[in-house]
Structures are given as C-alpha cells and as structure tokens.
Design a protein around this ligand. Sequence first.
Ligand code: ADP
Ligand code: MG
Ligand code: ZN
Length: 559
Amino acid sequence: MTAVAVLEEVLASIENELQAVEMQIQELVDKQQELIQKKMRVKNLIKQSSGDLDAGGSKDMETSAEAWNKKDFPWYEKIKTALQGKFKLQKFRSLQLETVNAAMAGKDIFLVMPTGGGKSLCYQLPAVCSEDYKSLGILKRQFPNAPLIGLTATATNHVLKDAQKILHVQKCITFTASFNRPNLYYEVRHKPSNNEDFIEDIVKIINGRYKGLSGIVYCFSQKDSEQVTVSLQKLGIKAGTYHANMDAKYKTKVHKGWAANQIQVVVATVAFGMGIDKPDVRFVIHHSMSKSMENYYQESGRAGRDDQKADCILYYGFGDIFRISSMVVMENVGQEKLYDMVSYCQNMSKCRRVLIAHHFDEVWDSANCNRMCDNCCRESSCEKMDVTGYCRDLIKILEQAENMSEKLTPLKLIDAWSGKGVSKFRVAEVTPPKHPREELERVIAHLLLQQYLKEDFSFTAFATISYLKIGPKAHLLKNEAHVITIEGITNKKNVYKDKASQSSNSKGSRENAQNISKTVQDSVVKKAQEHKRPNCGSNLKAKKLKLQAGGDDQPVVLD
Ligand code: ADP
Ligand code: MG
Ligand code: ZN
C-alpha cells in the first residue's frame, strides 16, 4: 500500500467518525429542543398556579386579561342586556368580555383572535352601549380619548408594534386568544389514487352524517374544482364551483346559493375565503393539502363557527406534494412551509391539536383534545420502523440515473424501486419492497422531509417539473451504523371517530392504518418503542405568535 493510499484510508475513517459525531449532535439537538419545550410547559404551569395565589400582586394589572374578566364594572348590566337583546347571544366567548370591558373603560386594545373567534362583537357591542364610543374610526390623534380596537387573526408581535406606531397609540392592551378550536375534528386520510374511489369516499362523507348540511371542498386548482363539482353533481349532490377565474355574477350566485342552503357544497380554490362567515359549515374537506399550515388553519377554520361539532378532513396524496411544490417554488419560504404541511400529514401519532399549536408557537397546556382528532382516536401504539435499507436502495437507483445523466420524477423513482416502469432505471441488486404503493410513498416523503432526498426543479416554458435527487443528509449513510426510522402503527385496533361520526365513512383511513400495521409486522422492527399518546388539550395558552400577516382578515380592522 502506498503512503497516499494509507492516508486516504485514514481520511475516510476520520470522515466516517465525523459523520457519526454529526448524527449524535443532531440527536442531542432534538433532545435539547424537546427538553426546552418541556421546561416551558412546566414553567407556564407553575406560573399559572402561583398566579392564582397572588392575584393582584406586582404584575401590571391593567394589561392582564384576568383584570378585565370581571362582572363588577358599572356597565356590566348594560352590555349583558345588549348581548342578549340586540345580538341574541347567551354568553361571552373567551376574551370577548375582557375586550368589551377594556373598550368601555376607554383603553386601546389589540385583540388577536383566530378566524371565527368572534371579533366583530368586540367592537360592535361597545358601540351600541356608549355614545362616545361611536366616534371610533377616526384617528387617535384627532380624538385622543376615544378607545381604539385593533382586531386581527394573524399578526406577529412585529406587526402589532408597527400598527401601534402607525395608529399613534402610546400604550395598549393586547389580548391574544388561543388558536384551538375545540369543536373541530381534525383528520388526515390517505387520498385514494383512483379518482372514482376518491369521489365515492367524499360522497359518503357528504351523504353520511352531514346529509343536506353545508360544507366546503377545497381543491388545488381551478380545474380540479370544476371536475370535482361535476363528479359530485353526477352523484346527486348540490355542488357549485368557486374560483378566481369565474364570472363575478356566477361567483355571487354560488356564494348566495350556498349561504341560503340551496347549494350544499362549494367546491373551491383558496379564492373562496374572504368574507365567508357562514356559521353552520359542518365540514371542510381538503381534496388536496394546503400549501402551508397557516392556509390550512384558515381554510379548515371556516367549519363550525357556530361552536357545534364539525369535521376537517384532509386528503393527503403523495403526488400533491410535488404539484404544490412546483407551484410555490418561486416563493421565499414556500417549500419550507409546504414541508411543514407535509409533515403534519405524515404524522400518525401526535395529536393534531398539539401539531397545530406547535406550529403557531402556542404553549400547550394539559387540557384535553377530547379525542377530537384522528391520532387521538387511534388506539394503537407507534413503532419505529427501520427504513435505512430502503433509503440505501433509493440512493442506488438515483446514483445510477445520475450516471446516465437522467433525472427521475417521484413517479419514476417509485416505479424503478418497485421493479416497474422503464427497465434501464432499475437496479439489479435492489429488491422491490413488498409493500403497498402508498407505504412506499410514505417512506419517500419521509426521506424527503428528513433531507436524505431532495427536490430538484426543471423549468420549461409550460411547466415546472419536480425531480428527486440525492439529498444533503444522504452522506450520513456512509456510516454503517446510521439508522433511519419512520413511525408506523402496530395495533390494528383503530377506533376512528367513535363518537364523532358513526355514519360518515372512515374506511380509507382505517385501511391505511391497517396496511401500515402490516408494514411494521413484515419488516424488521429494530426497537419496539412505546409512545404514549400525547396529552392533547383544548385549552391552549397563547404565548407568542408566528404567523404571516394578512390572512383572510386584514391585519388591523378599525371600526
Ligand atoms: P371573526 O370576525 O373573529 O372571524 P365573527 O365575529 O365573524 O368572527 O364571529 C364568528 C361567528 O361566531 C359568528 O357566527 C358569530 O355570530 C358567532 N359568535 C360570536 N360571538 C359569539 C358568542 N358570544 N356566542 C355565540 N356565538 C358567537
Ligand atoms: Mg371577522
Ligand atoms: Zn388530538
């Protein structure tokens, strides 16, 4: 062996060791994140319990929500009468009383409350109670004593500060409501690859528990929304299309028909959003996932504004990842946001509410989800399944294609992996896995999110095409000890929506989960790791907001 060869061997071994260290660091960083979150939660709980003891202590009383949650203000009878008489509402919702009280006391307020939370009442009610209050809407500078209320569903602290400056508000009270919507049932289903099966699945939902009741089906494209409308109509459902590229007259007709319950379902693109406040929307079905969690929250949030139970069902399809990805490719953090959405869809163990709360930086409290999500209803434990071998196989296929100067679309990659499609893309030493296609898709999506694979875009005059390539983390596999795992479901006993819906179909998801169980049984399960179901709660305490400004609500509404 030459000296150089020896040194090269040493170098390779050092590189391997370095990679192992990198992996360990990553594990420690994950652990650190987990502990920091736990710490925050516990601190918050301590703060809450001690806060009960020394209420009225040294805290800035005026700006705390508790200080305004009182019925002993002189105007209480007046506002209560107006609430029940004029607005025909029984009681205040969370933070409404606080906001109305503070407004009546002439304070400037910023209220951050999710769509459908009931912001309107917060400025309308004080307006009918107090003559002075009617001067609202004119700038603070001209009427320094008139209270000002800023209402928004989507605002970062930064946006709030800016708005304060623009409006010439010195000091203001900020109330932030939780993003939790306790009456919404969240579910992710596998999107059937066969269009007829898919439509049938949707029809079963619409004709099931929600027969004759209002709903929305959100689609990825205008074309999708038109096609789905026709398919639903053929099966006897009163459906109407709504998208941006439609005649204004027709759009109004659909919106009005739906509001009047003559049209049961609006099949729409995201263009159907502004000004929709139909209270009795019983289901929002996503025919394709949204392009971000913020979008998903807003769109699904149009269900159940009347506080009655409603379903938010998202159909997760592998192909949609790449359709949407090609669409958001030019957006700044478009892919990052989409991948957050994908990871929400891929998750089969954590409470959906925990995932949503986490996304909006809410601090999770110990209250309950009340089994109002699919993952909380899943009476099964998650096991980690080893997919390292699969990842190595996929990389071999991609390497070979690269050597032939060929690019593989996700579809071609799965074909080559399963021993189908163009033969030149197959690799002899790769044994096609024995799993249903949807599980192979799940594995690839996982490897994409974990960066063992990456997307690579090609732009033509007509379209943007997404190809799959070897990702930045793939080199970690040079280390023989490196293990990649994915969560699966072991127990077949799945209780889907036991109480939530009896008649509506949950066949798709159940089958999906059973297939996954099979996967886990079939494959070599490295470590049977029991995951306790997270303690999902409805009482989220908002702490910080991480939201893009300007959802369907304007950042600042002044009345
Ligand atoms: P936002 O502007 O925050 O999106 P809205 O003010 O439009 O929400 O209110 C959403 C729905 O909730 C409306 O149908 C409204 O009538 C209803 N709502 C508001 N406050 C209450 C309450 N205290 N009790 C019951 N329903 C309410
Ligand atoms: Mg509103
Ligand atoms: Zn849950």
